[in-house]
Design a protein around this ligand. Structure first.
Ligand SMILES: NC(=O)c1ccc[n+]([C@@H]2O[C@H](COP(=O)([O-])OP(=O)(O)OC[C@H]3O[C@@H](n4cnc5c(N)ncnc54)[C@H](O)[C@@H]3O)[C@@H](O)[C@H]2O)c1
Length: 382
């Protein structure tokens, strides 16, 4: 097998009516580095079969369960090499464990696992077998997020003082889970979502974005977590204060009851020489405000765009790139790591690509937020 041949991919979840599986499929296709060969696409076996047929998978490679897929694929000469996990949160750990045990690379959506202890187990399994273990914190794949990261690394905003991130959505402002809304049902169910609702679902994105761009990890936090919709079992809003080493301070606001907001993920970081601002709903712009100078808009085509940003843009400046392209950037970097692993090189080669380690940090964040809020919003160490 040639080491640069497309990766044979399997998928768990992402059947008819599911959300993120379709995005993963599109992202995996964009640069031609994967071929979707097999799937266990739904918790309902009939739906899995129907969904696989609709996608044009070979009928003998459409499976009723992920266990069946992993077992039967392992007997084939042309077996899948990697699996995308796009199922509700509580299933990530057992599916990833089963994949790694079978020697398959794993691309898992966030939040990675329900606990940091589970994340540790998966990281160790992947390490021992030199398998890729990637977590799709997809916002880190935007060119302007890479630009922000590179500018901070190069000292362009100086020593970091303040980090503010918010992820505001409004779609859970009413109890739509009671009407059977597919995506709301499991996200508001502690059995399937985990110990947190909004904090795990989108707060972890904001948290990863902070760590990824700033290069800092909070050392402590203090969380005020609320459930505004009556009868809901998990949080739908949280205000979280953060403290970092070196006196930097920060805040995350995460909400799914912020009426009028869709995917309002925003990041602002201020240092002693300048500040940067990024807004996911206008992802191709980064505002840079150097001390005592006018603010500048940096785009992928600007003369001051760094190679970290321009190298992952596919289109000439002015043609909008967005969510799918950013997702595809991660898929392509993950593919490079898998291709390295094929020839015995170290698997998680891309330092940009979120890995099991980042997934574990997300689990620690969730655990810490819940520990803080359930103890009366005290400061806790991460
Ligand atoms: N990265 C992102 O921006 C992003 C966005 C949305 C969702 N997500 C994450 O992706 C995951 C899925 O979210 P979603 O919104 O697509 O959910 P969804 O409810 O739309 O889809 C989940 C799919 O998983 C299937 N499924 C459940 N258990 C299964 C099993 N044991 N075997 C096979 N299939 C099974 C369901 O039948 C369904 O097809 C969640 O962990 C979520 O947090 C990430």
């Amino acid at each position: 097998m040639k080491s640069r041949n497309p990766i044979r991919l399997g998928m768990v979840g992402g059947g008819k009516g599911a959300f993120i599986g379709e995005v993963h499929r599109a992202a995996s296709k964009l640069d031609g580095k994967y071929i979707l060969c097999a799937g266990a696409l739904s918790s309902d076996p009939r739906k899995s079969i129907a969904s696989g047929k609709e996608l044009g998978l070979d009928e003998d490679r459409i499976y009723e369960t992920f266990e069946d897929m992993i077992l039967k694929e392992s007997r084939r000469d042309d077996s899948i090499e990697a699996v995308s996990i796009v199922t509700p949160n509580n299933t990530h750990f057992p599916i990833a464990q089963c994949c790694l045990d079978a020697g398959l690379h794993v691309i898992c959506d966030k939040p990675f696992t329900l606990t940091s202890a589970q994340a540790d187990q998966l990281i160790e399994k992947a390490r021992k077998q030199n398998l890729v273990l990637a977590v799709t914190y997809n916002y880190s794949g935007y060119p302007m997020v890479r630009q922000a990261r590179a500018m901070i690394r190069d000292g362009e905003i100086g020593k970091i003082r303040i980090i503010q991130a918010e992820y505001a959505q409004g779609w859970l402002s009413e109890p739509i889970e009671r009407d059977g809304h597919k995506q709301a049902l499991w996200r508001t169910d502690p059995e399937r979502s985990g110990m947190a609702g909004c904090v795990g679902d989108i707060g972890t994105h904001a948290y990863h974005l902070i760590c990824f761009t700033s290069g800092l990890t909070p050392k402590s936090l203090c969380a005020d977590v609320s459930t505004f919709v009556e009868g809901r079992k998990l949080d739908d809003n949280a205000n979280i204060l953060l403290r970092f080493d070196g006196n930097a301070t920060g805040m995350i606001w995460t909400s799914q009851v912020a009426i009028g907001n869709n995917n309002g993920l925003k990041l602002r970081i201020f240092g002693d020489k300048g500040g940067i601002e990024w807004n996911q709903e206008h992802p191709n712009e980064l505002i840079f405000s150097p001390l005592n100078q006018p603010s500048q808009k940096i785009t992928t085509g600007s003369p001051n765009a760094k190679i970290e940003a321009s190298s992952i843009s596919r289109l000439p400046p002015g043609h909008p790139e967005g969510y799918l392209e950013a997702f595809a950037n991660l898929y392509t970097e993950i593919a490079d790591s898998i291709m390295d692993a094929r020839v015995g090189r170290f698997a998680n080669t891309h330092t940009n690509t979120p890995s099991g380690y980042d997934g574990k940090q997300g689990a620690i964040f969730v655990e810490s937020v819940i520990r803080s809020s359930s103890s009366g919003s005290i400061w806790v160490n991460l």
